[in-house]
Ligand binder design. Structure first.
Ligand code: CTP
Ligand code: MG
Length: 181
């Protein structure tokens, strides 16, 4: 595989995992998942993790996978490498795994005394990647193994933090997010 094929595959395969966090920002608000509960003096997850944001985020990731499947044939006629299509299970696990990783990161942030919105470098950039990859590898091992080869996984781990930092900065400048990370 040439490097453009690796990067293209990585980006395409991860799109259903990239969208949920951004969609959650747009839909956030309402009841927090932890219901306001605290543990050892800190919120369990905090007000930044809501049912509405999470449900909307997961739905947005699955919806995007359907859109990608629809445009894939046209795109493949222009490309020299293959791209994954998204059966329901990986579409759901990429999306829900990303949200799960994000929620887990908030749990860890609260345990380390970080307030809602505080930065936690590296964790902030990779929580959703690890969640999406691990859940998909467990739930759809054959599909995962076919598309997430080692070079693709490496590309995901390098590319995602760069994409995450730049899209969050844009969301911050557009006043969609309160912090630039
Ligand atoms: N959001 C949500 N539900 C989620 C994830 C995000 O409602 N599962 C919404 C919230 O409005 C949140 C915003 O998206 O404030 C930004 O998400 P994020 O940066 O993940 O949350 P923070 O507010 O920064 O909180 P934390 O410190 O826990 O990450
Ligand atoms: Mg945040």
């Amino acid at each position: 595989m040439d490097w453009l094929a690796v990067v293209g595959t990585a980006f395409w395969a991860m799109l259903p995992a990239y969208v949920p966090n951004n969609a959650a920002v747009l839909a956030g608000g309402g009841r927090p998942i932890d219901g306001g509960r605290t543990w050892r003096g800190h919120r369990l997850l905090g007000d930044g993790k809501t049912w509405r944001g999470t449900a909307f985020g997961v739905a947005a990731g699955v919806a995007l996978a359907l859109v990608l499947d629809a445009v894939r044939p046209a795109l493949l006629s222009l490309l020299w490498f293959d791209l994954p299509h998204f059966p329901f299970v990986p579409a759901l696990t990429l999306s829900a795994g990303a949200m799960f990783g994000d929620v887990t990161a908030s749990f860890l942030k609260r345990r380390t005394g970080r307030a809602r919105g505080a930065a936690f470098p590296i964790l902030d950039q990779l929580d959703f990647v690890v969640g999406a990859l691990v859940l998909t590898a467990l739930a759809a091992p054959a599909w995962f193994g076919r598309w997430f080869t080692w070079p693709v996984v490496l590309a995901v781990l390098v590319l995602t933090p760069l994409l995450h930092v730049s899209t969050n900065w844009v969301a911050f400048r557009l006043h969609l997010k309160n912090e630039p990370w």
